[in-house]
Ligand binder design. Structure first.
Ligand SMILES: NC(=O)c1ccc[n+]([C@@H]2O[C@H](COP(=O)([O-])OP(=O)(O)OC[C@H]3O[C@@H](n4cnc5c(N)ncnc54)[C@H](OP(=O)(O)O)[C@@H]3O)[C@@H](O)[C@H]2O)c1
Length: 325
């Protein structure tokens, strides 16, 4: 038997239960991974609350972890028992001691990237890779607005932007979070609890505004974000921390300056093994070179996944959070 976090109904963190399950043997094309560290992500909260429906209930939770391959299914050629690996996609159930998933979603960890770093950065770092290098290929000198700049994805984004020579303006909710984002390479920060975001962006850019806005807050910031853009530039809406953006009248893109918008996801970019390998290689390079250092600011035992999610949802965390099985 192995322990995993499971939910039988959607709701608050009280629906998360630690249960014993018989670990599934890997089928053809699958591997089973003995997780050494598990990543905590906002998307796990969307599945727990039902904002994103799980395929079935009861269900496991979580998609990001790192560990050792413990069993290999038929037809898998790129992985062997004992390999050090990480993953950020696949069926829900990474909050567990053992997780079985398609081998295609699993990459081998290079030397120099440890389990905790990998679990804290696979999903968040691959997200920054596609957002900054694919959704829009950022160039040195461009100015961007990044919401939640002291969070898990945000902390990696600040460092990646600095490495690219991009001026990242980060929004945060406290002076402590502002200091952290700036230490990570944010060119400037805006404390949205005390400052008007659009006005501050106007001042900081001498009226030019931003080349791209990356918005993971959603409902609360959608219109503000559009107002921070240059004419004909790009709004990237990639999350819903405050709730989903709904009922958008496309005419607003015309009114705010002939803007472009997209609503991308990691699964939409890492949709083939080749693309996943390419994105992971770039992330591992950033980690190994030290240009991106992953800040694991919170660690919880697996059994305390609910407590960890409450902290993330309650804006009490910074950087990445991991669960230890
Ligand atoms: N589309 C994709 O491919 C993809 C992939 C990964 C993550 N994401 C999204 O990226 C975002 C960041 O994920 P993360 O796991 O790294 O979380 P995080 O940024 O560490 O935590 C969320 C942060 O959002 C800010 N926030 C603003 N309004 C909030 C609200 N109403 N409730 C809660 N938080 C609020 C808070 O920072 P302040 O206190 O500074 O405001 C909070 O710390 C999430 O929206 C997630 O869904 C999307």
């Amino acid at each position: 038997m192995a322990k995993r976090i499971q939910l039988s109904r959607t709701g608050g963190s009280e629906v998360l239960e630690l249960v014993d399950v018989a670990p599934a043997d890997p089928g053809p094309g699958e591997v089973r991974v003995a997780n050494r560290a598990v990543g905590l992500n906002f998307i796990d909260i969307y599945f727990r609350t039902g904002l994103y429906p799980a395929p079935a209930l009861p269900t496991g939770l979580g998609t990001e972890a790192a560990g050792v391959v413990d069993a290999v299914g038929e037809g898998v050629t790129h992985l062997r028992e004992g390999d050090r690996v990480a993953y950020a996609q696949g069926p829900l159930g990474a909050y567990a001691e053992l997780h079985t998933l398609p081998a295609d979603k699993v990459v081998v960890l290079p030397e120099g990237v440890d389990f905790e770093t990998a679990a804290a950065s696979m999903l968040k770092g691959l997200t920054v890779q596609y957002l900054m290098r694919q959704t829009h290929r950022l160039e040195a000198g461009e100015t961007i607005l990044w919401h939640a700049a002291a969070g898990g994805v945000g902390s990696i984004a600040c460092q990646w932007a600095r490495a690219l020579g991009v001026k990242l303006i980060g929004t945060v909710s406290s002076p402590e979070k502002a200091a952290l984002a700036e230490q990570n390479g944010a060119w400037a920060t805006i404390d949205y609890t005390r400052e008007n975001v659009v006005e501050r962006v106007r001042e900081l850019t001498d009226g030019a505004m931003c080349d791209v806005v990356y918005d993971s807050v959603g409902k609360d910031t959608w219109e503000t974000s559009l107002d921070c853009l240059k004419p004909r530039s790009l709004m990237v809406s990639f999350g819903n921390a405050s709730g989903a953006v709904e009922g958008v009248n496309l005419g607003i893109l015309n009114q705010k300056g002939s803007l472009y918008t997209t609503r991308p996801s990691l699964n939409g970019y890492a949709d083939t093994r080749e693309r996943l390998e390419m994105m992971a290689a770039e992330l591992f390079e950033m980690l190994k070179s030290g240009k991106v250092k992953v800040d694991i600011a919170q660690r919880y035992p697996l059994a305390e996944a609910g407590k960890a999610q409450d902290a993330l949802q309650g804006r009490q965390t910074t950087g990445s959070t991991i669960l230890i099985p």
